[in-house]
Design a protein around this ligand. Structure first.
Ligand code: FAD
Length: 332
């Protein structure tokens, strides 16, 4: 069998608790572009138990077909049955490209699958495109802590596989007037697919939402002066129904946790509103937030690069301006 026999762009449509993760829709949006360049179709692979009704959503976001594996074995994510499920899909359908979100599940699953099917995997990609001449997938990812961007090609093996960083690709606007083409698939699960038994699932309880899901982000940089001043950002975020994020400088200083860092080595966010307070606007920070719909920058240095990407700029002391904004929002 030659690599020309492999066709189609496949997306692992990750669901957790019967909810499709945001990155799956982003991947379908990107897959659509890649499929156009390859003159082929997008297939979403949906795995779980009693999840058939989710297939329609995948079609609305651009999947031409959904392969549905609906099996009690796959009720809760476990490495072995899911690896076997994707491996079986690859064996049967021979996709040219398979994409996964670089989530906890995607990062666990994709390497196992790549080892099982003897192909390569580029992890944590931030860019994907089809090479016009060779028609190979060019996969770009930050390397050495983001100091270089590596472009990787898997020329001699199929499928070409990548995990993709959440928030980087853009999902397409949903179209409710589509007919979903569902193909049910039943891989045969063998006893050695069940090394792990899930005894209990303990959910993380938090009243905060992930910054990648927030519509409004109030983000602080070194200019906030100290960790205690982040409470001013929390007050403004609460008044706006948003979340607090940060530049890397504050994470490195131990002021705030890493999971709220925005940027090249943090998270990529695309909120409706991003308020940057005391952030200079280094290129590595901009890489994670410049696609936000509206950007407001507050910085006491009028030459700060953050103003180049801001839609609105306030030159002044964030420690004074942020509480005034909070007051104003609360009064509205
Ligand atoms: P600074 O650059 O120190 O800027 C502070 C700003 O606050 C200044 O503009 C100052 O004028 C302003 N200011 C001071 N006081 C006030 C005040 N009272 N009111 C208003 N404004 C005030 N950075 C990230 O953010 N995310 C990343 O993912 C990331 N990845 C990186 C990866 C690599 C490989 C490298 C080399 C760097 C990376 N960085 C990243 C670091 C980045 O280069 C910058 O050092 C960092 O973003 C600076 O953070 P900052 O803007 O908070 O601090």
């Amino acid at each position: 069998m030659s690599i020309q026999d492999y066709k189609g762009v496949f997306v692992f449509a990750e669901q957790v608790d019967k909810e499709i993760t945001g990155v799956s829709f982003e991947l379908i949006g990107k897959a659509k572009e890649l499929a156009k360049d390859l003159d082929t179709q997008v297939t979403a692979v949906l795995i779980g138990y009693e999840i058939a009704d989710l297939a329609e959503q995948l079609a609305q976001y651009g999947a031409d077909r959904v392969i549905l594996i609906d099996d009690k074995e796959c009720e809760i994510y476990r490495t072995e049955p899911y690896t076997h499920a994707i491996y079986s899909v690859i064996k049967k359908y021979k996709p040219e490209i398979v994409l996964y979100g670089a989530t906890a599940i995607g990062r666990d699953l994709a390497p196992r699958v790549s080892a099982r099917v003897h192909t390569g995997l580029t992890a944590d990609c931030t860019g994907l495109e089809i090479d016009k001449e060779t028609k190979n997938l060019r996969m770009t990812r930050p390397a050495f802590g983001g100091n270089i961007m590596a472009t990787i090609v898997c020329a001699d093996f199929r499928p070409q596989m990548a995990t993709v960083r959440p928030g980087v690709m853009q999902k397409i606007a949903p179209n409710p007037d589509v007919n979903v083409v569902i193909e049910k698939f039943h891989p045969e699960f063998k006893p050695n697919d069940q090394y792990v038994e899930v005894v209990d699932v303990i959910k993380k309880v938090s009243d905060k939402i992930d910054i990648q899901d927030a519509n409004v982000i109030v983000s602080g940089g070194r200019g906030m002066g100290c960790p205690e001043n982040f409470k001013l950002l929390r007050e403004l975020a609460d008044a706006l129904g948003g979340e607090v994020a940060s530049s890397r400088a504050c994470v490195d200083a131990g002021w705030v946790p890493k999971d709220i860092q925005v940027g090249q080595t943090g998270k990529t966010v695309r909120p409706n509103l991003y308020i940057a307070c005391g952030i200079s606007g280094a290129i590595q920070h901009l890489a994670g937030m410049e696609e936000s719909d509206v950007i407001i920058a507050i910085n006491k240095d009028e030459t700060a690069p953050i103003f180049e990407v801001a839609d609105f700029g306030i030159v002044g002391d964030a420690l004074k301006i942020v509480p005034l904004l909070t007051e104003k929002v609360k009064a509205e």
